[in-house]
Design a protein around this ligand. Sequence first.
Ligand code: PMP
Length: 365
Amino acid sequence: MAPSSSTDGPQVPRHSFAAAAGPLPDPVARQVAAACRGGAEGPSILGLSFVSERYKTLQRDTEAALRRLLGIPEVFRVLFLSGGATAQFAAVPLNLLAGGRAVYVESGHWSRRAREEAGRYGVAIALAADVVAEWAGWRAGPPPAYCHLTSNETADGVQFSDYPAVPVPLAVDMTSDFLTRRIDFDRVALAYAGTQKSIGVSGLTLVIVREDLLGRALPATPRVLDYARQAECDSRVNTPPVFAVFVLKAMLDWIEAQGGVSAMADNARRRSGAVYWAVDDNPALRAFVPPERRSRINPCFHLADPGDTAHFLAAAAAAGLDDLQGHPALGGIRASLYNGLSEAAVTALVGFLDAYAPRVSARAA
Ligand code: PMP
């Protein structure tokens, strides 16, 4: 929470509900700030060499914390990479496609982007989410090399409540719901996520990949994107994003202290439930995603009269609630509820949604 910088009138606490990146909880932000300054524990983290023992220990401890929190089986490797989930849109087909074809479950904006990128390296078949189980293509001809899924569509406000059981390795983009729910590693063979939303800052991408999938990369695969090579080099084929790894470790410690992944999942269920409840209860607002597909992380909705959208956003900003506009490609309103968002922010948002009335507010303005 940051106070308003306005000098006229009382200060309004400000809260950001941005989708692109999530806030760090206050204690984590303070810990990171202290580590940037440096002190008794060592020089500033900002100048830390990736070949130093201090960094290697940090990366080892971070991986151990991740394995503890998610119960990652030993047969999976954890990679600390750069380039965002967007680089993984290329890395997944480069590492797994092996000249074959892959199936991309299409549920919205980001799964489409992943499929389009994969199509540059081979055949990427688009499959609607509701036909995955009964798709005849699983058994017609040689099986697809893998199936790709976006567990939470950040832009569309749509989330899979479960990972589907498919007869080929399942690769999942978890960028916007990583560490907000448990992962079923019996179904998921590869998970990847940028860390900037619920577990830290931008610059770091985690890849958790089952060992038997290593070593199939196309010969032209860039070394930094080659999972087997990164695994051999402990994710240090090139300079890893040291600062972002430090912030991730601080977030993992904070999540563990809060009660782990189940506590984050409970938060997501409770907070999104309160937002959808307020939206469904307000005739000026329309949650357009069917209840069983609604995202617990990025609730999206429209104004009943889309002409009121600008008014809604202005009234929200006046109440200290920022960055509620929907994805540029989709419009409407989106409230992102990442792990680090404070309870005060959620309470303020729900209070605003409960009270929002476009015409009354417009007259009062
Ligand atoms: N996948 C999903 C689900 C996302 O939400 C995003 C970013 N919003 C991306 C991929 C792309 O991430 P990046 O810009 O870090 O590459």
